[in-house]
Structures are given as structure tokens and as C-alpha cells.
Write a protein that binds this ligand. Structure first.
Ligand code: CUA
Length: 159
């Protein structure tokens, strides 16, 4: 088959772009821990009020010292708020939504997940810098979406 010289250049340019794009995804997934939403765990959004974990969303400390934060996102706030966690310890966030899809992003960190009604999104992260962080909803969820902010306090532990 005879392919014109210029045609050949464009074909290889297109292949090159694909390699760059896919490479970027693979590279960032490996280096920045960007990963698809967690395991498949469901929860009934209509009965969150009776759910042992999500009826009273809060920060709990496991016996091994790791921290679990259960969060319910709901128009237009996060519960609990503020969230207080220790620095330099793995913190597992478990979030769900009581109504529509919300976002949960701790601004300036790698913590970012969707709160989807019916599902539990889970991720674990360690905050090394103590301080106050803004939690923002980054999925449009209604008229007051822009007001849906929370606060995360990362506390230095005294030893
Ligand atoms: Cu919740 Cu936007």
C-alpha cells in the first residue's frame, strides 16, 4: 500500500499524541496516586438516618491509631463540619450523599472524591501539614452549590 509522505507524517503525529496522552494518565496515576473511585459499597440514601455509621457521621479512631471519618454530603453542607484529624496519621474518608451528587475536595491536597447517593466513596490520605483547609464541593449540585464549603482542621499531635 502506498501512503503519501505527508499522510505518513500526520499518521505518526496522531499516534504520538495518543502515546503522550495515555502516558500522562499512567504516569500521574503512578506518581500522584490518582485512582478511580474506590470499592463498590452501597448504602441506601433514603435510610441514612437509621444507618449505624452515617446517621451520626463523625471522626473515629481505630485501635491501631488510624482515623476514619464518615461524612454525609447534603445540599448544601457537609456533616460533620468542621472535621478535625491528626497530622501524620493515615485518615480514611468514607463519604456518601443524602440527596444528589456532590464533590468533596480538600483544597490544596490530593483528597478529592465524589459523594454519590447510594454509594460509599472511600480513600485514605495522610496530611503532613497541620492547619486549616477548605473543603469544597466541586460538582454542581443546586442553586447554593457555591456556598457548599466545609472546614478540615489538621492538628499537630503532641507527643
Ligand atoms: Cu454540593 Cu455542589
Amino acid at each position: 500500500m502506498n501512503v503519501e509522505f505527508y499522510e505518513r507524517i500526520w499518521m505518526w503525529a496522531a499516534v504520538g499524541l495518543l502515546v503522550i496522552f495515555l502516558g500522562t494518565i499512567v504516569l500521574t496515576a503512578a506518581s500522584d496516586a490518582i485512582h478511580p473511585p474506590s470499592h463498590m459499597e452501597t448504602v441506601d440514601p433514603a435510610t441514612l438516618g437509621n444507618n449505624p455509621e452515617f446517621s451520626n457521621p463523625k471522626v473515629t479512631v481505630r485501635s491501631d491509631g488510624s482515623v476514619v471519618v464518615s461524612i454525609v454530603a447534603q445540599m448544601f453542607s457537609f456533616a460533620p463540619d468542621p472535621i478535625e484529624v491528626p497530622a501524620n496519621r493515615p485518615v480514611t474518608f468514607r463519604l456518601t450523599s443524602a440527596d444528589v451528587m456532590h464533590g468533596f475536595e480538600v483544597v490544596g491536597t490530593n483528597a478529592n472524591a465524589m459523594a454519590i447517593p447510594g454509594y460509599v466513596s472511600q480513600f485514605t490520605i495522610t496530611f503532613s501539614k497541620p492547619g486549616e483547609y477548605i473543603i469544597g464541593c466541586n460538582e454542581y449540585c443546586g442553586l447554593l452549590h457555591h456556598n457548599m464549603v466545609g472546614k478540615l482542621i489538621v492538628k499537630e499531635e503532641s507527643r
